[in-house]
Write a protein that binds this ligand. Sequence first.
Ligand SMILES: Nc1nc2c(ncn2[C@@H]2O[C@H](COP(=O)(O)OP(=O)(O)OP(=O)(O)O)[C@@H](O)[C@H]2O)c(=O)[nH]1
Ligand SMILES: [Mg+2]
Length: 386
Amino acid sequence: MVGRLTQIIDTPHPGTYLGKGKIDELTIRIGEIGATLIVFDDELSPAQARNIEVATNTRVMDRAELILDIFATRARSAEAKLQVELAQLEYTLPRLTRMWTHLDTMKGGIGMRGPGETQLETDRRLIQHRIKVIKDRLLDVERAREVQRQQRKSQFKVALVGYTNAGKSSILRAMANDQEVFVEDRLFATLDPLTREIDVGDGYTVLLTDTVGFIRKLPHHLVASFRATLAEAREAELLLHVVDASHPAWEEHRDVVDEVLAELGLQARPTRLVCNKMDLLPDDERAGFLERVHNLVPDALFVSAHETGGLESLRAELVAAIRRQRPIVEVRLAAHQGAVLATLHRDGEVLDQQSDGSDMLITVRIDEILAGRLRQAGVDMQRAAG
Ligand SMILES: Nc1nc2c(ncn2[C@@H]2O[C@H](COP(=O)(O)OP(=O)(O)OP(=O)(O)O)[C@@H](O)[C@H]2O)c(=O)[nH]1
Ligand SMILES: [Mg+2]
């Protein structure tokens, strides 16, 4: 970066975002420092970007395009690559004319079609076709995922969500004791949802899923194309909202994440706030931080993915959540209740099965929905200890 220019504006200029004076100032600065690219930390309309490019004679990139570029370099799985490409194409479509401005001069007289225009239409069609192909492929991936999900139906599902760089992958890595989980000190290290089975102690396991990080002013194309990926989060019975406790703007980050969760229709999902990187908080800030969080979110957890034992409170909370949401029951079935037995095996997690005379005694972990169904059907069922 060679320079920075800021302006506080109530309403951006519809044509050029910045006012005329600021555009002139920008043009002069560009000439002085020899900048070759202008990056705007906001989303520009296609026309605004084009007008600024023309006025300054310099390539313009807005916040959305920059984030899309970063995503493109991070995408590793075929699915993530498709999602990023889709978002990029959808971003490009209304901006196509910009690329053909150099052909404007070749345009003929009034009412004639210039070569630029024809090319533009061809490009538009090609892009629209490609968008359709990608959407179809993503649907296939989504179906395959759905099958996988069905197979893991009975397990307790938890998803890590949060602002980029909060430490979601680090938590998954530490909990799963899996060094292959990718962690890096950069934005959007994770694009693909990754699920690991985690032993949380006391004989309980959970399926923990890591998800793509959120960011302020996330381009809406990206939110749309990552909706499928975030379907994993939608499946979760518990969301762990991870924040970086050492980041000065953590409260703002938390609000952004809450907004995106609401956009995804997940605002009512059981959620725990997990304040990570507690090891980075200076001692003199610790008390103030704890008090602030306790006032905002009384049941928040405080953890460190880097310290030994730094995730114990989270493990304990996961055990407690399973106990609350997934009780283990003992079911007594008579010989004629084979259908119930089949249901327990299909929708529950059978832990033990013994015969008691002509009856069957089954110890099974079930969710509230199945418990309700069994109760209604008058099945002999008792909550087991543990
Ligand atoms: N000191 C300290 N650093 C941490 C902790 N947790 C994560 N980090 C560091 O924070 C950075 C980001 O960690 P990630 O786990 O990649 O963060 P993320 O939330 O998965 O980020 P995205 O995938 O970009 O959304 C890495 O450099 C980690 O080593 C922690 O508890 N303490
Ligand atoms: Mg990550």
